[in-house]
Design a binder for this molecule. Structure first.
Ligand SMILES: *[C@@H]1O[C@H](CO)[C@@H](O)[C@H](O)[C@H]1NC(C)=O
Ligand SMILES: CC(=O)N[C@H]1CO[C@H](CO)[C@@H](O)[C@@H]1O
Length: 332
């Protein structure tokens, strides 16, 4: 069943089908947000623009519904800037790609949960590091303009900046914030840092990010944390049973010291007891510090993950069948 069907059943026959302000569904959890990444529209990054259904796919709304039924209330939807704005970052949109993206966004927010728009670009456009803060500001002004009337949309400035000048990362994030506010959008903005936005290296690498300014005061620092040896999220094994807590502790202190709030926007571990223990330890630590940690998102759900070791896609993804219980305490 489509989410929109569920929601619109209540207003069937009404001429005004789309409410202007959407409200988050009430739930009971220590975290404001628990959810998953919804990956697919950024697949096939070597084929630009690529072909829908061959190189990339949009998330499956019915699978998202299942995760909402399990208690999730936030989804981070990946897409590629080059597919949305094929000619240039500041150029016009591919209407079909925008429409497909919007369909997913509307379906999720109609169910009363948040959706994060995630340009999965690593601070790059067409393979080059983005250096024009003014173009980036325009990109965000344009995109926020499309979604500013939907209060459950969250803007994520970019996925995992890495190997970039630190001042540039700060300035790009500020430019995104400025563009979004210039468009008149007032929703949450999730900012990301250098070095793949890792929580474990945040204090050493991304300290200057505390200087970001938002007139709406709705910045959430989005960090990522994997628990394998190199923190890349490419191994099934976790380093130890305590590695989860160890890797986020310094970031917790940074958030407190600087009076900021954060979210773990990507985390995962393989389907084994060591990772289960490590992930629980991390979640417990975050849950003890909900003054600064607002939630977590599993990497990843999506239609095309197949037998991928972290696959959270219902009904048969290995993490959906084997690891959802790790999150159970925190689902609303
Ligand atoms: C959008 O989705 C439809 C199927 O719903 C597909 O036929 C079309 O190719 C997609 N277009 C793009 C640009 O993703
Ligand atoms: C950590 C992780 O799983 N990263 C993957 C994210 O998804 C892209 C494709 O969208 C993969 O290339 C990465 O390996």
């Amino acid at each position: 069943m489509k989410l929109s069907t569920l929601f619109f059943a209540a207003v069937a026959g009404s001429a005004v089908a789309v409410p202007l302000a959407k409200e988050q569904k009430k739930r009971d959890s220590v975290f404001q947000w628990v959810g998953a990444n919804e990956s697919g529209a950024e697949f096939g990054e070597d084929n630009i623009p690529g072909v829908w259904g061959t190189d990339y796919i949009f998330p499956d709304v019915s699978a998202i519904t299942t995760l909402i039924d399990k208690g999730m209330n936030i989804f981070r939807v990946q897409f590629m800037m080059e597919r949305l704005a094929p000619d240039s970052m500041t150029g016009s949109y591919d209407d079909a790609y925008l429409k497909n993206l919007t369909t997913v966004v509307d379906a999720v927010t109609d169910a009363g949960v948040h959706v994060i728009l995630d340009p999965h670009n690593y601070g790059r456009f067409n393979g080059e590091i983005i250096t024009s803060t003014s173009d980036f500001q325009t990109f965000w002004k344009n995109l926020a303009g499309q979604f500013k009337s939907n209060s459950l949309v969250v803007f994520d400035t970019n996925n995992e900046y890495h190997d970039m000048d630190q001042e540039l990362v700060l300035n790009l994030n500020q430019a995104a914030i400025d563009g979004i506010r210039e468009a008149g959008a007032t929703q949450y903005i999730f900012v990301e840092g250098n070095s793949w936005s890792g929580a474990w290296t945040w204090v050493d690498v991304n300290d200057n990010m505390k200087n970001l300014e938002d007139p709406e005061d709705k910045i959430v620092y989005q960090m990522h944390q994997y628990l394998d040896t190199d923190g890349s999220g490419t191994h099934e094994e976790c380093v130890s049973g305590t590695i989860g807590e160890e890797r986020v502790t310094s970031a917790t202190q940074w958030l407190k010291d600087n009076k900021k709030v954060g979210i773990i926007g990507e985390f995962a571990g393989g389907n084994n007891d060591q990772c289960r223990t490590a992930l629980k330890g991390m979640l417990e630590h975050l849950a003890e510090n909900t003054d600064v940690w607002k939630g977590v998102l599993w990497w990843a759900a999506g239609p095309w993950w197949g037998d991928y070791m972290y696959n959270m896609e219902p009904p048969s993804g290995v993490a959906y069948t084997g690891m959802l219980d790790v999150l159970q305490t925190y689902l609303g």
